[in-house]
Ligand binder design. Structure first.
Ligand code: PAF
Length: 284
């Protein structure tokens, strides 16, 4: 595995890769969710490239950029053990954002809701860095996790609207044995908060069960999630949502595929999770 820290060095190394390239963009502090994407990429691509870059522009000034967990040495060892061929891991933010940087990618519409409503500048940062990474890496396929469902939908819009010749592939949310979705931010949880965190998955399990029993009123599904969250003293809900997959607008009735999602603060940590109805359907 070759690791490079500059875009220039990456572009030189990229030329040596033969055949189709699969790309797994990450912000590091890797877990099984990231590694499963690298494995998935190897099933359909000749070579796999990963990036490790804690993208400052997707964090608001009040958010956890400085505290975001980092362990480059461990990350590189994990990627190497997955047979990843090439890693771009810039050591400075200036590599992507030099002092005079002044170009931004704004995906309109779906970025205003849910995560975008709570984090108004977040998706501009995500869309900008993903567009830059796509230009630098030039992969045939790019791999993202369903845990960040709205991010995946934003990137799908970006790929369509800016004509990137890239196929997006979504991997399933990988969970701990008690149902908590894997996330680098889980590292912030104290033992007591960690014990409370599976409440998100319990909400989704309950909604899936209600749907299977025939419940189609979205407001009922939302209020059932709220009730479960209210019973968990350490959980502070940010939103619970049952939305359509195109405009991400809140539904009255679930008549077609729907994204059930929630964001919850457990202590200082903001956790997100989701499921698609009907159960087992893909996001794309
Ligand atoms: O999902 C993430 O880890 C990040 O948002 C991404 C896609 C790597 C962009 O910084």
């Amino acid at each position: 595995m070759e690791t490079v820290t500059t875009i220039r060095a990456f572009q030189i190394a990229r030329r040596t890769l033969k055949g189709s390239v699969g790309f797994v963009p990450t912000m590091g502090y890797l877990h099984e969710g990231h590694l499963s994407l690298a494995r998935l990429a190897h099933t359909s691509c000749d070579a796999v490239v990963a990036s490790i870059f804690v993208n400052p522009t997707q964090f608001a000034p009040t958010e956890d950029l400085a505290a975001y967990p980092r362990n480059l040495e461990r990350d590189l060892a994990l990627l190497e053990s997955e047979g990843v061929e090439l890693v771009l891991a810039p050591t400075s933010n200036e590599e992507f954002y030099p002092a005079d940087y002044n170009t931004w990618v704004d995906v309109l519409g779906i970025t205003q809701r849910l995560e975008g409503a709570s984090r108004p500048t977040h998706f501009r940062g995500v869309a900008t860095i993903v567009a830059k990474l796509f230009n630098v890496v030039q992969p045939q396929r790019a791999f993202f996790g369903q845990k960040d469902a709205q991010q995946a939908l934003v990137i799908r819009r970006l790929v369509r609207d800016l004509n990137f010749p890239i196929e997006l592939v979504l991997g399933p949310t990988i969970r701990e044995s008690d149902g908590l979705a894997m996330s680098s931010r889980n590292a912030y949880l104290t033992p007591q908060q960690r014990a409370a965190a599976p409440v998100l998955r319990r909400c989704l399990d309950h909604v899936e069960a209600l749907y299977d029993q025939g419940e189609r009123h979205a407001e009922t599904l939302r209020s059932e999630m709220t009730k479960i969250l209210q019973a968990e003293p350490l959980a502070l809900p940010d939103y619970v949502s049952v939305a359509d997959l195109e405009a991400m607008e809140e539904l009255e009735m679930v008549t077609d595929k729907a994204l059930v999602s929630l964001a919850v603060r457990v202590g200082k940590t903001r956790l997100i999770d989701n499921t698609i109805l009907p159960r087992g359907q893909g996001l794309f």
